[in-house]
Each structure stands twice: as C-alpha cells, then as structure tokens.
Design a protein around this ligand. Structure first.
Ligand SMILES: NC(=O)c1ccc[n+]([C@@H]2O[C@H](COP(=O)([O-])OP(=O)(O)OC[C@H]3O[C@@H](n4cnc5c(N)ncnc54)[C@H](O)[C@@H]3O)[C@@H](O)[C@H]2O)c1
Length: 294
C-alpha cells in the first residue's frame, strides 16, 4: 500500500501512477472540493494514458490516521511550505512504523529540513516527480546525510516498479539536479530580456530551435564530449565571467509579479496570452508527451 499526502496537481497524479500499477493507495486531501474531484481526475489521467480506470484503488481521506502505518511508502505532496511539510512529517513519524519510507515531493526545499522533526531520519527521502509525472517519468530520489542506503534502494525499486525512471541524488542540495539546471538557464533567460538583448519570445525561439532541439537526444555533458572538451574550455574562458550571477530574484520577474502579470492564466507574463493560445500550447505539450490514440 502507498500513501500520498495532498491530492492537488501532483498528489492525484502520483496516486494514479501507483494505482494503475496495481497498488492500493490512501490519498489524504483536506479540501473537500478537491477531494471530491479526485476519482474523476484519476479516471481522466487513466483515459489519457489509455489505461483501465484505477480510481477504485485510491481511497481518499480528509486527514492522516493510523491506516497509513500499513504503507510501504508515503509521499508528501502538500504545498511548498516548510513549516507545513515539517508538521506532516512529524505526524507521519508518529503514525507509521519504522518499515514505512517517508518521502517528500518538494521542488526545492532541502529534504533534511522537511524531515527535521521526523523520529527516524534514516527513512526520510526525497522523491521529486516532474509534472505531469505519468508522462515525464524521471524521479529524483534524494538522499540526505541521514537517509539509509536501504531506504534509497527500496525507494528506487518502488519507483522503477511503478514505471518511473528513478535517479539517485547523492547529496541533499536545494533544487536537486533538474531544477538547479532548469533555473540556471531561466536566470540567464530573464537576464537577456532584462538587459535588452532580445525579447522573451526570441529567448524561447532560440532555445527550442538550437540546443533545445538536441537536448532530448543528447545531454549537455555528452554534447561537450562529442565536440571535444577543449572547445567547451575555450568558450568558458570567454563567457563565464559575463553570465548572470544574480543571487536574488531579478527585477524583471519581481516587477511582473507585483503588477499581477503572473503568466498565462493572468493573460500576461513574459508575453501576453489569450485562452486559445494557452490551450493550444498545453494541447501541443500533451500530444508530444502522451502516447497517440490508437
Ligand atoms: N506542480 C508542479 O509542477 C510540481 C512539480 C514537482 C514538484 N512539485 C511539488 O509538489 C508539491 C505539491 O505541489 P502541487 O503543484 O501538487 O500543489 P497543489 O496546490 O496543486 O496541491 C497541494 C494539495 O495539498 C493540499 N493540502 C494543503 N494542506 C495540506 C495538509 N496539511 N495535508 C495534506 N494536504 C494538504 C491542498 O489542499 C492541495 O490540494 C509541492 O511541494 C510542489 O513544490 C510540484
């Protein structure tokens, strides 16, 4: 049995993955409206993945209780707030026996901090899924200084069994691997726009039609190896000192958010959006990530 704490965007989709793999799942979601919508959301994901409806394997609950003691793994997918996650881990520690692995789906908060009030830190681990987890199957399994090797091994095995692609992150650094890389790129992208080098649409056009076109096939370090490391060395001697090194969120981003320009759902972010444009981009992404209908 698998436990999932928080039935929002990520939690419901994570529950679907394990339910479709044949596991019984307990999904804890305190918000009544969100909780009531979970069976339909799971059915919709199964339909999109052309799998049988697995909603009957997911038992929804309003609060955590000692039923969770029967879980091999409990994954927390509650809002990205440290204090809230610490309280959940403290409560899970009290409810679950030492055989239950306690995992967090945090995007960037150190797993060590989230598990600070857990009674068995050796069974606390990060499991960073990507959105949507059934289509982007990588899971970063994050080991803290206290996580036991056995916890890492069992977590990796459970992820692989459910059809995900686990990688072992050996140190608990904020953002793990993927988000560190993604946000290093985003920082430079924002700087290019802020400094008037080009507009936001041009940044994204360049990414999609240059190195981005290769990234799904060849990783960035493989690419350096392929062309020869001396080229990367020569380039770095010139460019590294000029790249953006902001250690705080950049002014352009802060100003946009302060003005309510928070992105596609607000009608404007780095660019302007209407509902059709938003739906068209989301549809294109879904078609690329999910298997085509037969
Ligand atoms: N959305 C993404 O793309 C993404 C990707 C990877 C990781 N994450 C991480 O996953 C976590 C969840 O993100 P999300 O996008 O699903 O958020 P969300 O807001 O969609 O879902 C969070 C859910 O947790 C519920 N909740 C609130 N308090 C709770 C409590 N005390 N106990 C149990 N549930 C509670 C909320 O009602 C909500 O339904 C965050 O840590 C986030 O950083 C998100």
């Amino acid at each position: 049995m698998i436990g999932v704490i928080g039935g929002g965007r990520m939690g419901a989709a994570i529950a679907q993955i394990f339910a479709s793999d044949g596991c019984d799942v307990i999904l804890v979601e305190p918000d009544g409206k969100t909780r009531a919508a979970i069976p339909a959301r799971i059915a919709a994901i199964c339909e999109a993945r052309r799998q049988d409806d697995a909603a009957s394997r997911v038992a929804t609950r309003a609060a955590m209780d000692d039923e969770l003691a029967g879980c091999a793994l409990v994954i927390e997918a509650a809002p990205e707030k440290l204090e809230l996650k610490q309280a959940i881990f403290e409560r899970l520690s009290a409810l679950c026996g030492p055989a239950t692995i306690l995992a967090t789906n945090t995007s960037v908060i150190p797993v060590t901090d989230i598990g600070a009030r857990a009674s068995h830190p050796e069974r606390v681990v990060g499991t960073h899924f990507w959105n949507p987890p059934y289509a982007v199957r990588l899971v970063e399994v994050v080991q803290t200084a206290a996580t036991s090797p056995e916890t890492v091994e069992r977590t990796m095995a459970l992820m692989a069994r459910a059809g995900q692609m686990p990688v072992h992150v050996r140190r608990d650094v904020p953002g793990f691997i993927g988000n560190r890389l993604q946000h290093a790129l985003k920082r430079e992208a924002i700087a290019l726009v802020q400094n008037g080098v080009c507009d936001a649409a041009t940044v994204d056009f360049v990414i999609r039609n240059s190195f981005g076109a290769r990234l799904g096939i060849m990783g960035t370090l493989e690419q350096s190896d392929l062309v020869g490391l001396n080229l990367t060395l020569d380039i770095h001697k010139v460019i590294l000192s000029d790249l953006d090194r902001s250690t705080e969120p950049q002014k352009l981003l802060v100003d946009l958010v302060a003005a309510g320009k928070t992105g596609a759902s607000a009608g404007e972010g780095f660019r302007t959006w209407n509902d059709e444009e938003r739906a068209e981009l989301q549809g294109r992404l879904d078609r690329a990530l999910l298997p085509p209908r037969g």
